[in-house]
Write a protein that binds this ligand. Structure first.
Ligand SMILES: [Fe+2]
Ligand SMILES: [Fe+2]
Length: 204
């Protein structure tokens, strides 16, 4: 028997859908402004992937008979509200990569926490799908570093700090969203050091 899905969890699902769609749109827009054929190809594909993910969430929300809502960052304090700080293509790739590094951890926490099998299945299906997204950008950035582009590490430091701050701030907000928000945020906080202390590829 399926457990009833709480309002809090429906909010999370709608927010996932919003961020996949938002990520996809930005990647697609970038694909229209670059001239490097490799980047045109990769960014178009990455756009498709994120929009497809938005549809996966949308179908799940429908399957759960839950309301589909457009979630906006009304307070402007979430990671995606800092898109204005992206100066060029390199920044967009780093911005995306830093966000995507967190996704498997966050989804695995949600999969552990949820009581709903349908939600758990979607989360577990999407975790490995982040891999090729992470891989192509990582390889691209590595090459840039090898070619002497000093901006890469600067950009990584900047967005890493921003992502960490906005994620932690968001956890504080989730904690205040009733008993469900509180228990979800607690599970994440209890496991946060495991993610944050893990060595990142650019530190090796
Ligand atoms: Fe995605
Ligand atoms: Fe992704």
């Amino acid at each position: 028997m399926e457990n009833e899905v709480s309002k809090f969890e429906i909010f999370l699902l709608n927010r996932y859908m919003a961020s996949e769609l938002s990520g996809g749109l930005h990647l697609g827009r970038k694909a229209r402004s670059v001239n490097d054929p490799y980047l045109i190809k990769q960014l178009t594909w990455h756009c498709l992937e994120e929009v497809r993910h938005a549809m996966v969430w949308q179908r799940l929300i429908g399957d759960l008979n839950a309301p589909l809502k457009n979630i906006h960052d009304s307070q402007g304090d979430e990671y995606f509200s800092h898109l204005g700080e992206i100066k060029d293509t390199l920044d967009l790739l780093v911005f995306t990569h830093i966000f995507e590094l967190r996704v498997p951890f966050h989804f695995s926490m949600h999969a552990k926490w949820t009581k709903n099998d349908k939600i758990k299945n979607v989360l577990e299906k999407l975790i490995p799908e982040e891999k090729p997204h992470l891989e192509w950008i990582r390889e691209y950035l590595k090459k840039e570093i090898d070619n002497g582009n000093e901006k890469v590490k600067e950009s990584i430091e900047k967005f890493l700090k921003l992502e960490k701050e906005t994620y932690n701030h968001d956890l504080e907000k989730l904690e205040k969203m009733g008993v469900d928000g509180e228990s979800f945020a607690k599970l994440i906080k209890d496991n946060l050091s495991e993610f944050e202390n893990g060595k990142k590829w650019w530190e090796k």
